[in-house]
Design a protein around this ligand. Structure first.
Ligand SMILES: [Mg+2]
Length: 411
């Protein structure tokens, strides 16, 4: 059939055309949609819209149909639907009106709220802020109930940036995480995730693990803390800390690799991203002696870090080559994106420290992960629960999808 032969659609009513909204509510079970639509079919109506929500075993099913033609047809339809609903022990409500849904406003975003727990007070505050910026909540659904409660609000009528600013302030006040990302194809097209390593992918600061073996933990920890607060130039602090490691035996490298603890959810995040076809990389101001091992163990596509110089089986207290610092991390994100063939706008960067800021801001989505306040405030979005896989919820992936994929693999 050519385009000119396609009959004109009759299901979409004009604004003035009468329509009926049929809502049923009750205990969910198989066959309800078939039963209701079969009942409606007897009146020759067309489906304009249909949506359902099931919460704790109770279903709300809404069907918008064209009004039936003919005298008394609507009254008959109402009586038939009510008697069908009664036979199914469901409640029914039928509301006359005109046309379809009002078109959604321009300016659309996904607002993801993570709570641990998620209090009613927090949702009230977030929803009020959305309304305050002129936004309307069009849809709400739960992304996860474990290890955090994650809920996605589809919002229209407000621009993403002002909404993000308003909600970031509210989130900090009420102690929940709120991420605001623009809706649309771009959100579905993200294809490269680049993570910091120390205190992001892993729970440790690698140099402190080395320092413990060299007996200079206190000195190194003090320099690290000052660097992470942005008080020290990263490169100078790196050289100062590495110098403290001079003379320790290279066998310590193996010990440190074994001591590294992945952040909870790290494996789930990476495994799921790989299933989605993402490329995943790490950039670190730490050391290739550890990141190379992580790359192999986790199947990462990219890894870059500083390299500790080892001569005659001993650490020399120097690093080799160009230092990966704050600017270097952003440069590596761009390089990985180019190598992966992914536009920068389709990248996600995750990090916790001041030296991650350029990378977080260069990425399409920058996520501050349990970050220092200076980083949290400057990033697009912040996650303050200690589970790395919660980043998946910001990408619109549900816990259920993650678990289903894992179960399928085990089969
Ligand atoms: Mg870090």
């Amino acid at each position: 059939m050519s385009a000119s032969q396609i009959p004109p659609a009759t299901a979409v009513p004009a604004d003035g055309d009468p329509t009926l909204l049929v809502k049923i509510f009750g205990k969910d079970r198989p066959g309800l949609t078939a039963g209701l639509c079969d009942t409606l079919a007897a009146y020759g109506v067309d489906i304009v819209d249909i949506e359902q929500v099931v919460t704790r075993g109770r279903i709300v099913l809404c069907v918008l149909v064209t009004a039936p033609k003919g005298d008394g047809a609507e009254g008959e339809l109402r009586a038939t639907v009510h008697s069908w609903a009664e036979s199914q022990r469901m409640q029914a409500e039928i509301i006359s009106g005109r046309g379809d849904n009002r078109p959604r406003g321009t300016g659309r975003s996904h607002v993801t709220v993570l709570g641990h727990p998620l209090t009613a007070e927090a949702v009230a505050a977030i929803a009020a802020r959305i309304t305050g910026t002129g936004g309307n909540i069009d849809r709400i659904f739960r992304l996860a109930k474990y290890p955090v409660t994650a809920v996605d609000f589809e919002v229209s009528g407000a621009e993403t940036e002002p909404l993000r600013t308003a909600l970031a302030t509210e989130a900090a006040d009420i102690g929940v995480d709120v991420a605001v990302v623009a809706s649309g194809l771009q959100r579905r097209a993200q294809r490269l995730v680049v993570m910091d390593v120390d205190s992001t992918l892993i729970q440790d600061e690698v140099i402190e693990l080395f320092a413990a073996h060299a007996g200079c933990e206190a000195e190194v920890a003090e320099v690290t803390a000052r660097a992470m607060r942005g008080e020290l130039d990263f490169e100078q602090s790196l050289h100062a800390r590495v110098a403290l490691l001079a003379g320790i035996d290279e066998s310590v490298v193996e010990k440190v690799r074994a001591e590294v603890r992945l952040t909870p959810g790290a494996r789930t995040l990476i495994r799921t991203l790989k299933r989605l076809g993402y490329q995943v990389g790490v950039v670190s101001g730490g050391f290739t002696q550890v990141t190379d091992d992580l790359q192999e163990r986790l199947g990462l596509d990219f890894a870059s870090a500083n390299t500790l110089e080892i001569v005659d089986g001993k650490l020399t207290g120097r690093v080799i080559g160009e230092v990966v610092d704050r600017a270097g991390k952003a440069r590596l994100l761009r390089r990985f994106a180019a190598e992966a063939g992914v536009p920068l706008v389709q990248t996600v960067a995750i990090g916790d420290g001041a030296n991650d800021l350029d990378m977080l801001n260069a990425a399409g989505l920058g996520v501050a992960f349990n970050a220092k306040p200076v980083v949290r405030e400057a990033a697009h979005t912040a996650v303050n629960v200690p589970f790395l896989d919660t980043v998946l919820y910001l990408l619109g992936v549900t816990r259920e999808e993650v678990e289903a994929a894992d179960a399928h693999e085990e089969d």
